[in-house]
Design a protein around this ligand. Structure first.
Ligand SMILES: Nc1ncnc2c1ncn2[C@@H]1O[C@H](COP(=O)(O)OP(=O)(O)OP(=O)(O)O)[C@@H](O)[C@H]1O
Length: 464
């Protein structure tokens, strides 16, 4: 029997259904893949050329609302509108199946299915795909990029982040975003705001790492004219400015204990008093905080207040480091390649497989921000039409270390063997911290425990 040139993916959390479906359909179609985990859908679509997805409507055991099926239908259509989706639904779900048809599904089959009926439905859908392919340009490969707001990434870890943002955006719950530098904490905070009912009100970002102790109160709570020497006029604080919208407190882990107490008191009372006044003003804000510091350890060490932590962490979002979601590196690199080749009039540039392998092997201590800068630099430095390894700057001693040949990478930056003079160690340490903070002098100086001027002196001394 000749097979139809159609590649099918079956998604269902029941292994029996997957096995039965695979055995039946592989007799009729070019290839049949299966997965019991719908979170794998984006990865499979990106890696294989799938034409048709046979998608179950219900996932968690006993669930019958079919909401998940609709969710994944939308995701598939967003990832690649050309992929045909056929839903599997239980008897009685017909109304929902009709809704799914409106949302872009091509057809549905009732479970338990009749083999001849299932094959007939899929064959008819595949024939439509093939007819379409003849009249249209050949079907492009599945899209190489997946956008969720400003985010790019298809890894299961990022899918979970998108799901959490979708779930909590509509609520007023306080959200704490954790993750290394450059992992996209601010992007996540903005996505939360944009998807919330506060989207048309202010999004106020305050970088707590950059505010001095003395300016904290006036910056956050505002002041009245004459409240202190430099207070030439009344000033609205950032909390009031965020009224009705979202207040994003970045680098909350950098706040001193004294300031933590002041912040906690305002959050508890939901009102601010401008410096130099005694009139409380109510504030209606949605609070989003972020940090790359280990807040839970800091609570144990007594450097972060537990009561403040519990006030800000109603929902937590952990952004994974780039090295733990290697499937996103290629997508992000291609995105930045497109962006910067346009910016520098170098359209047509490409990246060879070896360069991509090198990007995959690197530790990316500065995460996406570092990849962004690395791509921009490589595009500027590149002579020909292809980006090569030599066009990139990879900080020394920050490669991931292959683990006993299994291709996984385990350790982070290490100091090299060889020169162990204090001078050499200082140079390596300054270099390492600069890379970690993607060249941000303020942050690097803070981590090294020196002033910005002292850091500039060392950069010059070591020729960095
Ligand atoms: N998933 C992503 N897709 C595309 N761009 C991203 C993604 N995540 C982050 N970026 C980009 O990387 C850069 C760093 O992101 P962002 O400022 O949100 O990180 P961060 O975790 O807040 O960093 P820091 O801790 O240093 O403040 C930004 O230019 C942002 O647009």
């Amino acid at each position: 029997m000749s097979k139809i040139a159609c590649h099918v993916l079956i998604v269902d959390d029941e292994e029996d259904i997957l096995t039965a479906g695979r055995l039946l359909l592989k007799q009729h179609f070019a290839s049949v893949k299966t997965t019991s985990d719908p979170y794998q859908i984006p990865t499979i679509l990106a890696e294989s050329s799938i034409d048709l997805v046979l998608l179950d409507m219900n996932y968690s055991a006993g669930a019958t609302s079919s909401k998940e099926g609709l969710h994944w239908l939308k995701q598939i259509k967003q990832l690649d509108p050309n992929v045909t989706v056929i839903l599997m639904t239980a008897y009685g779900d017909i109304e929902l199946a009709v809704r799914a048809l409106k949302e872009g599904a091509t057809d549905f089959v009732l479970k338990p299915w009749r083999n001849d009926k299932l094959v007939a439905i899929l064959k008819s859908a595949c024939q439509q795909i093939l007819d379409r392919a003849i009249v249209q340009a050949p079907k492009s490969n599945v899209p190489s990029t997946f956008h969720y707001g400003e985010f790019i990434g298809i890894s299961p870890a990022m899918q979970r982040v998108y799901q959490t943002i979708d779930k909590v955006a509509a609520t007023d719950a306080n959200v704490l975003i954790l993750g290394e530098n450059g992992t996209g904490k601010e992007v996540a905070a903005r996505a939360l705001h944009q998807k919330s009912k506060r989207a048309n009100k202010a999004f106020e970002k305050v970088d707590l790492g950059a505010i001095s102790e003395t300016l904290f109160e006036s910056e956050l709570f505002g002041h009245a004219k004459g409240a202190f020497t430099d207070a030439k006029e009344d000033r609205v604080g950032r909390m009031e400015a965020a009224d009705g919208g979202t207040l994003f407190l970045d680098e909350i882990g950098n706040l001193s204990l004294a300031l933590q107490a002041k912040l906690l008191s305002v959050l508890q009372n939901r009102q601010v008093i401008r410096l130099g006044t005694n009139k409380p003003r109510p504030i209606d804000i949605r609070l989003v905080c972020a940090t790359n510091m280990p807040l839970y350890d800091m609570v144990k060490q007594g450097t972060f207040r537990q009561d403040l932590l519990y006030r800000i962490n109603t929902v937590e979002i952990q952004l994974p480091p780039l090295r733990e979601r290697k499937e996103d590196i290629k997508l992000l690199a291609e995105h930045f390649l497109q962006l910067y080749s346009k910016k520098y009039n170098r359209e047509g540039l490409s990246m060879n497989a070896q360069t991509l392998r090198r990007l995959n092997a690197y530790y990316w201590p500065g995460n996406i921000r570092e990849l962004d800068h690395a791509m921009e630099r490589a595009i500027i430095m590149c002579d020909g039409t292809e980006l090569h390894e030599e066009d990139f700057y990879f900080a020394p001693d920050t490669d991931s270390k292959p683990d006993q040949g299994n291709g996984e990478y385990t350790s982070g930056p290490v100091l090299s063997d060889g020169d162990h003079t204090l001078e050499a160690l200082e140079k390596q340490m300054v270099q390492k911290v600069l890379v970690k903070h993607s060249g941000n002098i303020t942050h690097a100086a803070k981590e090294l425990g020196i002033t910005r001027t002292a850091l500039y002196r060392r950069i010059e001394k070591h020729g960095l």
